[in-house]
Write a protein that binds this ligand. Structure first.
Ligand code: 6R9
Length: 632
């Protein structure tokens, strides 16, 4: 049965107007969607943060308060890699498991304010551990399953995590991913820089797991012995809830800190609005919990709203194409939220495969992580949604906490491949390069004016960097790093990053992150990483490498291999470049900055139309680069 959307264009307009006319009253009212221990008396961030005098606990909001009305409703459906392995947890059962985990963490010495790192494959313990941290007031630091040992070690050191939750292995089709071994390597890399005292291990399979005496323990026996009642910490709305690393245009990945009351209000508000959340929905967000989408829309939004979330352990096309459609059919998924890269990959398998499944339970489809092209939008909407589902393209970022510009089902008319209009309380502006606001139908740098409840509090241990990255580039505005076009009706089309962040399959990769990793290869004098359009991945990563003079042919031949191996080891396999070019030099401005605009054009095969090259320090290099690309 299809339910009609809760909102109409008229009711939505009232919401937008109310948020504009009296934002303080609007957000104070919206905050009441949560259960507060002490309800806030002020909403807006006037220097002391959102809902500053409110107190609450996030896990109580996601679990305890639902027990009375929907304790026996399904909170979580876990679909394992094998068709036959399904786990359903009611709110009561999830509550008990989270409490047990909270007690295990407390017994392991974790205190309020401590950081707990979570590095897990797609098992239920991920969401349980996040909520358990929230319950005891510890901050979780979820690490993406695809990070290398070096990348993990960097994040453990920066966050000062005292405890790690990992798995013996992860299942990826027939493959086994050695989570625990990778963690052991990470912990051994620079032990003096780490504060990790304890490692708790989830046994995903019966595979043997090496345990270090005194430090490591299997989680199952500890959970079995733990009480299923766990007193929640009373947290201030402005206390940090979690820390999540993301890549920027400069330096190392930064730990984005999100707060408690504002973040959860935003997660709940946006989840209800953009997915038209209704009783009985089965909500499936395919993101890994290691990314912000996995925080806000796998865990916090759906649970804060008392929904049913689906977690799938496996891959889209394993053991055969159509597996995702099978999951939708089996569990009667109503809301399906994924990335353009996934849509394009599934589209390339043809229409016949989804045609074999009954997808009529679907009501809302969502896209996130990168711009969705017209063709993928149309296929998703027509073939998967059968033309009857709303397709919400949701633009947002790790730093914004939740969706900012998105279609709202029933309330906003769609335009293929457009993220459409800002949500209530979100005030985007487009600026020119000098920072002047642009009016009307125009393209410019996307900034946001004012604050909103979900905005990140800071960068871990570096508030000055938060200010210089987001608030100082265009004073008075929050700088997103994205460009956008606006049409005459105020609809937004996100054009992609305007900084040095590359978006490969929705994964943010900083060019500096790649270049830093490569600076450690002895035979390389410098490098430059750029992104160019890629049919499936949105952007493909290209690396230009300048070898030292005088290397032999054999040394040069080994260099490309070394580049790939180094990036896989220092960052992760997800950041391995599409192509590596060995070049004599990198085009530079007179002040020594790599001119990435030229590097992008040349990598795309362009041979002319580069504009005035006389301002370069080394204009002759352009012809050399064109020759290298032509030969490869
Ligand atoms: C939620 C998330 C953020 C960057 C963002 C932008 C790109 C995300 C998008 C989109 C076009 C969309 N992005 N959603 N671009 N349309 N609907 O992905 O967070 O990993 O921090 O990435 O992703 O470039 O700035 P995060």
């Amino acid at each position: 049965m299809l339910l009609s959307p809760r909102l109409t264009p008229e009711t939505y307009k009232c919401l937008i107007d109310a948020a504009r006319q009296d934002p303080e009253a609007f957000w104070l009212r919206e905050s009441r969607r949560l259960q507060w221990m002490n309800a806030p008396t002020s909403a807006m961030d006037t220097g002391s943060g959102w809902f500053a005098d409110g107190t609450l606990n996030v896990s109580v909001n996601c679990l305890d308060r639902h027990l009375e009305t929907r304790g026996d409703h399904t909170a979580l459906i876990w679909q394992g890699e094998d068709t036959g392995s399904v786990l359903r947890l009611t709110y009561r059962e999830l509550h008990a498991r989270v409490c047990a985990m909270g007690n295990v963490l407390r017994d392991s010495g974790v205190k309020r304010g401590d950081r707990v790192a979570i590095h897990l494959p797609g098992v239920v313990e991920g969401v349980i551990a996040m909520l358990a941290c929230a319950r005891i007031g510890a901050m979780h630091v979820v690490l993406f399953g695809g990070f290398s040992a070096e990348a993990i070690a960097d994040r453990l050191a920066d966050s000062g995590a005292v405890l790690v939750i990992t798995a013996n292995v992860g299942r990826r089709g027939a493959k086994r991913i050695p989570f625990k071994t990778t963690m052991d390597t990470a912990l051994g890399l620079r032990p003096e820089a780490l504060a990790v005292r304890r490692v708790l291990v989830v046994e995903v399979t019966w595979d043997e797991v090496p345990l270090q005496e005194g430090r490591d323990a299997l989680l199952t026996p500890l959970l079995a012995a733990a009480s299923t009642e766990c007193e929640p910490e009373v947290m201030k709305a402005t206390d940090p809830l979690f820390l999540l690393y993301t890549s920027g245009s400069t330096g190392k990945p930064k730990g984005i800190v999100h707060g408690t009351g504002g973040y959860l209000t935003w997660a709940s508000f946006t989840h209800e609005l953009i997915f038209d959340h209704q009783q009985g929905d089965v909500f499936w967000c395919t993101a890994d919990i290691g990314w912000i989408t996995g925080h806000t829309y796998v865990a916090y939004g759906p649970l804060a709203n008392g929904g049913t979330l689906l977690l799938f352990e496996g891959m889209p096309s394993h053991p055969a194409p159509g597996r995702w459609w099978d999951v939708i059919q089996s569990h009667k998924v109503t809301t399906f939220y994924t990335s353009p890269t996934a849509v394009r990959a599934l589209m390339s398998e043809g229409d016949e495969i989804p045609g074999r499944y009954n997808l009529s339970s679907l009501r809302v489809l969502g896209s996130v992580g990168e711009p969705i092209n017209h063709e993928a939008w149309t296929w998703f909407h027509d073939v998967i949604g059968g033309g009857r589902c709303a397709l919400v393209d949701t633009w947002w970022q790790t730093e914004t906490g939740g969706a900012m510009i998105s279609l709202v089902p029933g309330a906003v008319a769609p335009r293929p491949a457009s993220a459409t209009l800002p949500l209530p309380g979100v005030n985007p502006v487009l600026l020119d390069e000098k920072g002047q606001p642009l009016d009307g139908a125009v393209e410019g740098i996307l900034c946001i004016d004012g604050s909103w409840p979900g905005r990140a509090l800071s960068i871990w241990k570096d508030d000055a960097l938060f200010q210089t990255t987001y608030l100082k580039p265009y004073p008075g505005h929050y700088f997103t790093g994205d460009g956008a076009r606006r049409d005459a009706d105020g609809y937004y089309w996100i054009t992609g990053r305007v900084d040095d962040v590359i978006n490969v399959s929705g994964h943010r990769i900083g060019s500096a992150e790649i270049e830093d990793a490569l600076s450690e290869i002895h035979d390389i004098s410098e490098s430059a990483a750029i992104g160019i359009p890629h049919d499936l991945k949105g952007q493909g990563l290209i690396v230009y490498v300048v070898p030292h003079h005088g290397l032999s042919d054999t040394q040069l031949a080994a260099l490309k291999d070394a580049v790939i191996k180094t990036i896989a080891a220092k960052v992760g396999r997800y950041a391995v470049p599409e192509r590596v070019y060995l070049v004599p030099d990198i085009p530079k401005t007179r002040s020594g900055k790599s001119v990435r605009r030229l590097l992008r054009k040349i990598a795309c095969g362009e041979t002319e139309g580069f504009g005035d090259l006389s301002t370069l320090a080394n204009p002759a290099i352009v012809a050399d680069l064109i020759a290298v690309i032509g030969r490869n």
